[in-house]
Design a protein around this ligand. Structure first.
Ligand code: ZN
Length: 254
């Protein structure tokens, strides 16, 4: 099977481009709205260059480290810290903490990535791993994973009432904001993950079970593909094409 690259126009962002984006385009108002309904303090996290090997030289030793940002005055301050690190990825912690820092719940989420679907051209994730292409994907896979996201959304609608879907730069995340979902136990989360997989969805069960509690921050930039992490309505999702959609393209792409 031939080697392949990312869909046309999807590429790593340079440090200068990350700087341009976070300095002048990053929409803090939208970020604030995303967290409107959450109580307690949100922890953020950045990874500077684990996959891209692109990072500020002075942070070479921490280039692959997950750096937690939990000391900040306000979102403007978080933005300043992001501009300092110029990361390839920005996340937030789905755990909800009380004033004393005790975990009191966790946002439920589902992560659908294109490398997990079996592509008729490029094969399964195993096939891709054997070619050292675990993070690669094609437009066909993107379209397949989008269809899965629509179906998973519809499936979850029968069980939850407050769902948000987010284009992650590669695939899609579905977040559940229902209050009772925050209270699910680890065992219940694992059961939901297993059930959804049995129904044929290619989710990352680490995310749903809660073992991986970090998730990409909406409105940040995915520096592996130069795309904005973008919340979508279900209607928008159905016709969404991340290769051509202007809404998810940072200005530096022109
Ligand atoms: Zn493919």
């Amino acid at each position: 099977m031939a080697r392949y690259n990312l869909p046309l126009g999807m590429r790593y962002s340079t440090l200068q481009e990350r700087k341009q984006f976070y300095s002048s385009e990053f929409n803090l108002q939208k970020v604030a709205e995303w967290f409107d309904m959450r109580h307690g303090r949100v922890k953020f996290a950045v990874i500077m260059g684990r996959h891209t090997q692109i990072y500020p030289e002075k942070y070479r030793e921490d280039a692959s480290t997950t750096i937690i940002i939990d000391e900040y005055k306000d979102l403007e301050d978080v933005k300043q810290q992001i501009v300092e690190f110029l990361p390839e990825a920005v996340y937030y912690d789905r755990n909800v903490y009380d004033e004393n820092g005790e975990k009191v719940g966790q946002e439920l989420a589902f992560d659908l990535d294109p490398e997990n679907v079996v592509c008729p051209v490029h094969g399964s994730l195993d096939d891709k791993m054997k070619r050292n292409q675990g993070l690669s994907f094609c437009e066909l896979e993107l379209d397949m994973v989008k269809t899965e996201a629509v179906h998973l959304y519809e499936n979850l609608e029968s069980r939850f009432s407050d769902l948000r879907v987010v284009y992650s730069g590669r695939g899609f995340h579905i977040h559940v904001f229902d209050l009772e979902a925050y209270k699910l136990t680890a065992k219940q989360r694992l059961e939901i993950a297993q059930q959804v997989k049995q129904e044929g969805f290619h989710i990352d069960d680490w995310v749903t079970s809660g073992e991986m509690r970090l998730i990409r921050l909406p409105y940040s930039i995915n520096g592996l593909v130069s795309r904005i992490v973008l919340p979508l309505t279900k209607q928008e999702l159905e016709s969404f094409n991340p290769v051509t959609d202007e809404q998810c393209k940072p200005k530096f792409l022109g």
